[in-house]
Design a protein around this ligand. Sequence first.
Ligand code: PNS
Length: 163
Amino acid sequence: MSERTAVYPGSFDPVTLGHLDIIDRAALIFDRIVVGVLANSGKEPLFSVEERIDLLRRTIGERPRIDVTSFDGLTVDFARSQGASAIVRGLRVVSDFESEFQMALMNRRLNPEVNTVFLMTAFSNVFISSSIIKEVCRLGGDVGDVAPPESVSAMRRKFGLDG
Ligand code: PNS
């Protein structure tokens, strides 16, 4: 049987324990996961693409069969370039669903052969988002239980909270 590859696209600004949870769940289903950091999102990110990739790689550590790279343009084109048959997205709360559903249906129109697979995050990660974590960290709050240590130190450095 051929290898089943999925892409996991996102901003990852920075990677959270919620993202890591989805990566671990996806790895139980697919043979290879390619985490894709969107480079041209139009959003003003805190971290450069290189920094986000580096944080992801260090957080993922020795987990096998997981690659991290950046991409530009359409997610379906990224999926095709990686030989992926699926796009993985995490769902936290019902309010995520509407925009995710819209995106999944648009992606299916663009490439009917690529399916979006939604994975539900662990209950403990339901209220985690990179934006909230950045805000709490910037204001000096403790985010150690929702972000990996690599992201916490990188954020603290960016916000000038260390040293
Ligand atoms: O982590 P995010 O910000 O929720 O990720 C959003 C992402 C990167 C998955 C989405 O913006 C995306 O797929 N962008 C690439 C451009 C694209 O394919 N747009 C059409 C999707 S409907």
